[in-house]
Design a protein around this ligand. Structure first.
Ligand SMILES: Nc1ncnc2c1ncn2[C@@H]1O[C@H](COP(=O)(O)OP(=O)(O)OP(=O)(O)O)[C@@H](O)[C@H]1O
Length: 249
């Protein structure tokens, strides 16, 4: 079977007070472009897994493959062209909004698509922004959406998204969800999306990867996971959120 993206038996040790295993035997694959959400309680290593997949963090064992070719056979630059990453904490590049939009294209030596940038700015409710404005002066939510657009302009095959709507108001959040769903469908981009927003996972992803007990414990069709998790940890996770009064479970 051929996969567009795959990782196998990833093992990650962290150095905190002592050397400890954050996750082990983490396997996942994407056979066609789709949105997959990564769920799990705080501290399970979801963000770390995304950083590993983006080659921004190291891992200790295992393999990752893009188009059936191991990460070892890709240069980091090539890998990052194909696998985009949007952090939970957006970092603005120096200069204006326009500089931020253009710099990533010039770094990756691809032409700047002005029409696409303008369209994405509109769709993500940033059309009011003056492109000459200093990026450092944007609000948190504006920075978050601008950093998403920067990554989309690279037109990577895979997008790794780390809680990118956590700081957004409802309207902007829905705009992001719609834009990403359409982008995935129209451009054939696979997305691995860490979220704590169960409604988002339920409505916008095809599969769920549930992390618990130091591994990727469930890899399920989204509806099936929400109907009935396969594991006690999955059930407890959903029940715990219900008990906390999450209306959207
Ligand atoms: N480089 C590192 N050195 C030490 N500890 C680390 C490192 N990277 C991650 N950790 C620890 O690993 C644990 C998992 O962190 P991570 O942010 O990946 O979890 P998460 O599942 O994304 O959590 P959340 O849902 O709260 O964002 C945390 O306890 C974190 O402090």
């Amino acid at each position: 079977m051929s996969y567009i993206f795959q990782f196998d038996r990833l093992h990650k040790v962290i150095e905190d007070t002592e050397r400890s295993v954050l996750f082990t035997n983490v396997c996942g694959c994407m056979d066609e472009p789709m949105i997959i959400t990564v769920l799990g309680a705080s501290g399970q290593g979801k963000s770390t897994l995304l950083r590993v997949l983006a080659r921004l963090d190291s891992f200790d064992e295992g393999d990752m493959m893009l188009g059936n070719k191991s990460y070892k056979d890709w240069s980091v630059r090539e890998w990052r062209m194909k696998v985009g990453y949007v952090s939970q904490f957006p970092v603005m590049l120096p200069g204006s909004v326009e500089d931020n939009l253009k710099t990533v294209s010039s770094l990756h030596r691809i032409p700047f698509d002005h029409a696409l940038a303008k369209k994405l700015m509109e769709s993500l409710r940033l059309d009011h922004l003056d492109w000459n404005k200093k990026a450092a002066d944007l609000s948190g939510g504006e920075k978050q959406r601008l950093s998403l657009i920067r990554s989309m302009l690279i037109r990577s095959e895979i997008l790794l998204l780390d809680e990118i709507t956590a700081s957004l108001d409802q309207h902007s959040k829905h705009a992001v969800e719609q834009v990403l769903e359409e982008w995935s469908r129209r451009e054939g981009v696979g997305m691995i999306w860490v979220t704590h927003d169960l409604q988002q996972a339920r409505h916008h992803s095809k599969r769920v990867w549930f992390m618990a007990e130091g591994t990727l414990l469930e890899d399920r069709d989204t509806q099936a996971f929400f109907d009935k998790p396969d594991t006690n940890a999955g059930m407890q996770y959903l029940q715990g959120l219900k008990a906390e009064g999450e209306h959207h479970v």
